[in-house]
Design a protein around this ligand. Sequence first.
Ligand code: ADP
Ligand code: MG
Length: 726
Amino acid sequence: MGSAPLSEAIKSILDWSMTEGHTTTTPAKAGELFGSLVFNDKAQQERLPKPAYRALRATITRGETLDLATADAVATALKDWAVEHGATHYTHWFQPMTGITAEKHDSFLAPTADGGAIAEFRGKELIKGEPDASSFPSGGMRSTFEARGYTAWDPTSPPWLNVNGNSVTLVIPTAFVSWTGEALDKKTPLLRSMEAVSKQAIRVLKLFGSTAERVFATCGPEQEYFLIDRNFYFARPDLINAGRTLFGAKPPKGQELEDQYFGAIPERVLAFMAEAEFELFKVGVPVKTRHNEVAPSQYEIAPVFENANVAVDHQMMTMETLKKVASKYGLACLLHEKPFAGVNGSGKHNNWSLSDEFGNNLLGPGDTPHDNMQFLVFCAAVLRAVDRWQGLLRASIASAGNDHRLGANEAPPAILSVFLGDQLTDIFEQLEKGNAKSTKQGGTMDLGVGVLPKLPRDAGDRNRTSPFAFTGNKFEFRAVGSNQSIAVPNMVLNVAMADALDSVANELEGALAKGEDLSKAVAKLLTKMIKEHKRIVFNGNGYSAEWEKEAKKRGLLNLKNTVDALPQFVTPQAVKLLDRFKILNERETHARYEIFLENYNKTVNIEGQLMVLMANRYILPAAFEYQKHLGQSVAAVKAGGGASVQGKKLLAQYTKLADKFKVQSDILCNLLDHHNGGTAEKHAKYMRDKVVPAMAALREIGDAIEVLTPHGVWPLPTYREMLFIK
Ligand code: ADP
Ligand code: MG
């Protein structure tokens, strides 16, 4: 019993060889291959007629609508390019509310009158597709009679080729909307939010004399993940169906020695990373960084930042590629926020900033007082955005998976706050007093005529405990879960920032209209903003109990779990905000709330069911077997005239645990059977308050049984095996 998957795993690990036809590459080759499977600017320029190329660029850079003539020209060039590269099919790739991506493949081939077939692809097929929308969650937005939805090409994200063994498919990134124009996906609102933040940022930039016409939110997401041998993975029903272990006792050696972080990467893992990067390079994902993470068998991959909507697509592609390539190396990639209890979980650090069309980073301190004045205004606007919309930001990263991580003393707390670093905090403190003169760095600071101290690019102290940290030239939203799409958090960041910049622009425009001097108006506004929003700034230890108390005093929200956090989407203010900036109308917002709740309910339900299944089919049979064995042993000793005091004691202890386990498993089973329906919200509360604690109780007993059960009898790979045998 049980030893089969283990010996298979160990055998595959020992037999694994670097030389078996795995891809190797050199920097030169990688450079050459970057984007080779993407219909990128270079390919567009080479293949499109000049007018079509210019029209497409105008769409991409200025958001102008694509006319059908251009679409036809692009479609023809795109099809020829794809077919030359061996493509037979195309797909409209989209990001439904389920959290993963979806695609439906269509052939390029169309029958001809003479019974043959020709490759055909027109503008209307490029810009519009019609998947059956009825099986994707719509949060009640759509009744079945209007089940149709369509996908629309997002020209700002270039199409690419998905090469998969013997098939090549042209992938067209799209937005997914209903026939009434309502957003059914995560991308549409993100694109709308890019527009909104651009518009408001431009208003502010104009006041500083900028000629920029567009601003882009930029994003560089750092992905954490675990890799374990696939044999272990397939021997764990919980990993297969829930993405995390639902049972598993803590190993004797965990991450206490901290000997993994930035340590040498094992050979097989390194080979996996190289190939995953290679694959991502070809489809234009600019991956750059790789390293070990804190926990055993935990790693990280990070790209160079890009425009947020492209970064979101590339992030989804990164997750898909990691999983796909892992299996080629006999590994399983775990993207769940908390695959192993008691071991650090995984997050996704969402680095975010704003940049104008000339590539100027608006959250990077400049070299001149004028630049710095503008920088401080944008920075203060971030404080306003996070302070005003802390609830919405918290909701944007809420999920059943992330609940295991946030606030668990290894990940950011569930309280949103901003880490600014000593120097910037000092400058803001001076500004708050209104007549800022000297700073800690000794420079004088007078916004109009003096010189701001030159701010270093790197803010020094990284403060790993902050959920939202300034890191020298960008903010890092660190509370995002490893398994989540970054579309929603970026959408919320953008709209929160649009709102903050809108108010900044209003005030400054008003002051200038009254004839006030810009630097005076800015100084006045900054003083006011800092007074209003300084409560959100916290540079201390976010894991400490004192911070929780202090945050409460400051009136900051502390939404500890998904069910507490999600209603922040539908507060009257949030609904109004999303509507005002044309991101989501009230119906669309409520639909999302429903879908997120349903996601939570489904996830907890699946996990609960799995625990019952594992109890009945794995753990109890093993426990009863060992119990029988113990009983026989005690009886044998007794028959031989002995006492077996300790054996009897162990048998009693073990029997008690097994009984308790069975009782608790039945309790959980009953709870899962007997929830009384009602609204998704009511159900979610039931899941949180009744089911989740019952699962925790069952796990505790199960883990206690595990540590008493012999190696050959325990039917599941253990934490020690999964995390340390590689
Ligand atoms: P680390 O945080 O690990 O020290 P970096 O600061 O170099 O590493 O960058 C982390 C991530 O932040 C990378 O993906 C990087 O591309 C991204 N990043 C850097 N500048 C920006 C920016 N202006 N906007 C968005 N993301 C950025
Ligand atoms: Mg970082």
